[in-house]
Design a protein around this ligand. Structure first.
Ligand SMILES: O=c1ccn([C@@H]2O[C@H](COP(=O)(O)OP(=O)(O)O)[C@@H](O)[C@H]2O)c(=O)[nH]1
Ligand SMILES: O=C(O)[C@@H](COP(=O)(O)O)O[C@H]1O[C@H](CO)[C@@H](O)[C@H](O)[C@H]1O
Length: 310
């Protein structure tokens, strides 16, 4: 018996027509479709020495479909830059990109600055902490973009084991914060299986036109703003199978969830201020002390509005 979904009808229709699998596109097919479209793969990296080189090597097997592999160093203190460069990536430190704009902490900053050093018409963002990267992660994301000029962004989805804990359970902030909030405030996006997926591809023309939310809000901000400016059908999603990566502790994910909440709040209630810090608590011996962190930061403006941008 067909199950009736209670999803928003637009989300249900989108899910049915805009969901595909990486297996739908062969490398030969993509090479034919590439034409003169330049493709940059970008890895944001903060202290990813153990994993970054293998991912860079894996992406490089796709050259010449992929034109360049870029690692943007987010202020690493380990040997991320050295091992990435040795693996063949073009490595840029965030401080060296548009230095006149300063350098802010967080993932959104390096994804935004990547626009100023990447040369691709399409950018493919891949996290640098993946422990099971395979080249189909990139080819799957490119498929809908090389097939249909009306597609502007492609999000990955996958099963997400919680490494060393359980065969599922990954994507904790997705399941406990991002999905409930997006379903409540943007029900048309309810069909997006992994709204926080760090693997996604998009046209430069789209990315340059959008603000970049700070820190871990970047995926949420880009998804909402793409939907709002270009419509739901500008987005597609591709099943990549399974993805495993390094996991942060619960307190770190709490700060991530807070940043994502502020990113959504700023788009739903732009005139209603929020308290910009999150107070968590730490035990030191017999005492428990508050630990306050900034979790609400301004977006970076659309790159096309940045004077220094070429
Ligand atoms: O300030 C930051 C935080 C994260 N990252 C990178 O963004 C990706 C995703 O971050 P993380 O693994 O911390 O997030 P999670 O996957 O645990 O949600 C990884 O390649 C990080 O190295 C970054 O470049 N700068
Ligand atoms: O999806 C999630 O809940 C978080 C945390 O994942 P885990 O619970 O550590 O598997 O991971 C994602 O969220 C970040 C914020 O958007 C992205 O930057 C990461 O790429 C993505 O892994």
């Amino acid at each position: 018996m067909a199950t009736v979904s209670l999803m928003h009808p637009d989300a249900a229709a989108w899910f049915a027509k805009r969901t595909s699998s990486w297996r739908d596109w062969s490398l030969a097919d993509l090479r034919r479709r590439k034409g003169d479209t330049r493709i940059s793969v970008v890895l944001p990296a903060l202290d990813e020495e153990p994993t970054v080189a293998e991912i860079v090597t894996g992406v490089r097997t796709l050259i010449p479909l992929v034109d360049e592999v870029i690692v943007v160093d987010s202020g690493s203190v380990d040997r991320t830059a050295e091992v990435a460069r040795r693996a063949g990536a073009a490595v840029h430190h965030r401080d060296d990109i548009l230095p006149e704009t300063g350098s802010r902490p967080g993932k959104g900053e390096v994804l935004w600055k990547a626009l100023a050093v990447a040369t691709g018409d399409i950018l493919v963002y891949v996290d640098a902490d993946l422990t099971d990267f395979r080249p189909h992660f990139v080819t799957g994301l490119l498929g809908p973009l090389l097939e249909d000029p009306a597609t502007l962004m492609v999000k990955a989805f996958y099963d997400r084991p919680l490494l060393d804990v359980s065969a599922a359970g990954g994507g904790r902030v997705t399941e406990l914060a991002a999905r409930p909030l997006l379903n409540a405030y943007f029900p048309e996006l309810a069909g997006v299986v992994q709204p926080l997926a760090g693997e996604y591809a998009a046209r430069r023309s789209l990315l340059e036109s959008l603000p970049f939310a700070a820190g871990y809000g970047v995926e949420t901000g880009l998804l909402i703003d793409t939907y709002r400016t270009a419509g739901l059908d500008a987005v597609a999603q591709v099943d990549l199978g399974q993805r495993t990566h390094g996991h942060q502790d619960t307190a770190a994910l709490g700060r991530m969830a807070a940043t994502i909440l502020h990113t959504i709040h700023a788009r739903v209630f732009p005139d209603r201020p929020t308290w910009p810090t999150l107070t968590q608590f730490e035990r030191h011996g017999d005492t428990v002390t508050p630990a306050d962190r900034e979790v609400a930061h301004p977006d970076r403006p659309p790159m096309v509005t940045v004077a220094q941008y070429r």
